[in-house]
Ligand binder design. Sequence first.
Ligand SMILES: [Zn+2]
Length: 75
Amino acid sequence: MDELLNQFFAYAPWIGFLLIVAVVYFTTRGHLHRHVVPFGQTFACNQCGHRDKRDHMVPVVREGSVLWYCHRHAA
Ligand SMILES: [Zn+2]
């Protein structure tokens, strides 16, 4: 039984390491395939369709869902 535990703890860090490598590999590959800007999503203005990064857009909560507006249409 002790030997089984020793074996588990000998392999566990490697399995964890391989999992992290796999996750990083698939997420970076997904980003490249979708041509997505790595830092932050973009949102389209609900009024004029202008698309920009999150910090340039204003979220407006209406009827339980979030709508995004550009600075011109947020007021
Ligand atoms: Zn707008």
